[in-house]
Design a protein around this ligand. Structure first.
Ligand code: G1P
Length: 291
């Protein structure tokens, strides 16, 4: 049986320039969808997939993330004194236990592959997950849990994928595929941000990965790829042939929250999925669309 996936890396060092001025003094991962920051959705998804070790690769100006995953004594005391147990649960119930979170810094913005490489000593020699908080998934079963289940059956590496319009291939890592049963596709090649005319398919990787530790052997070389950055996609491509490698068309809907329109769409979709808000939000949307 494949070794269990116990550890997850959350690269949170990015500057978030696409959301300025909101991200001038606040990490982009703390932007909320409805009432929860993006990074908390990612951590909760990892918890639902059985992850026990949460490794944040952070950078300057990201203290709010550490504070978010820590006890807030003043707030705790005040809510307890006032008997606000539901709010206490809202600030505590989802927190990983003491010692389950580690932080390391990506000292220079050299790319996603470099960010993941910065966590190599915290991962060691076992399979691990990577979650990019920008990519938010609304699903019945947590996206990473679906991937962990596939990994439990066939091992190797698993990436979550969606079909994108061909004109968007230059925004994502794109797969070249062999056998494809409509849900699982075996990966024969990987290219980072190919031009539409060069893309081997339109199956794009979203920010959810289960990887084998061999990927670090290639990241160790620090080779630069697309955009002059050390790309995770290139290191994954170099491991092809050593272990099974699959793309999973997961059940659920993915929102690219690194993009303003995607962020707004996620806000609407998550609000509509909430019992306490759905009706009001529906009314609001209707008032804008009725002519
Ligand atoms: C990164 C990866 C890319 C992947 C994307 C998913 O790109 O390099 O392969 O498809 O995340 O969101 P970035 O969004 O950092 O440019």
């Amino acid at each position: 049986m494949p070794q269990a996936v116990r550890k997850a890396i959350f690269p949170v060092g990015g500057l978030g320039t696409r959301f300025l001025p909101a991200t001038k003094a606040m990490p982009k991962e703390m932007l909320p969808i409805v009432d929860k920051p993006l990074i908390q959705y990612a951590v909760e998804e990892a918890q639902a997939a059985g992850i026990e070790d949460f490794i944040f690769v952070t950078g300057r100006g990201k203290h709010a993330i550490e504070d978010h995953f820590d006890v807030s004594f003043e707030l705790d005391t005040m809510l307890r004194e006032r008997g606000k147990n539901d709010m206490l649960s809202a600030i505590r119930s989802w927190m990983p236990s003491p010692g389950q979170i580690s932080y390391t810094r990506q000292m220079e913005p050299l790319g996603l592959g470099h960010a993941v490489w910065c966590a190599r000593h915290l991962i060691g020699d076992e399979p691990f997950a990577v979650l990019l908080a920008d990519d938010l998934v609304l699903s019945q079963t947590a996206c990473l849990k679906q991937m962990v289940d596939v990994h439990g059956e066939i091992g190797g590496s698993v990436v979550a994928v969606v079909d994108v319009p061909r004109e968007h291939t230059d925004r994502y890592g794109i797969l070249d595929v062999g056998n494809d049963n409509g849900r699982l596709a075996s990966v024969t090649g990987l290219v980072e941000k190919p031009k539409p005319e060069d893309a081997p398919s339109t199956l794009s990787i979203i920010g959810r990965y289960i990887l084998q530790p061999e990927v670090f052997d290639h990241l160790d070389k620090q080779e630069k790829g697309a955009g002059g950055e050390i790309q995770l996609t290139d290191a994954m491509a170099a491991t092809l042939g050593t272990n099974p490698f699959h793309g999973l068309r997961f059940e659920g809907r993915r929102f690219d929250c690194g993009d303003k329109a995607g962020f707004l769409e996620a806000t609407i979709a998550f609000a509509l999925s909430r019992e306490d808000l759905a009706m009001d939000v529906r009314k609001i949307i209707k008032s804008y669309t009725d002519t």
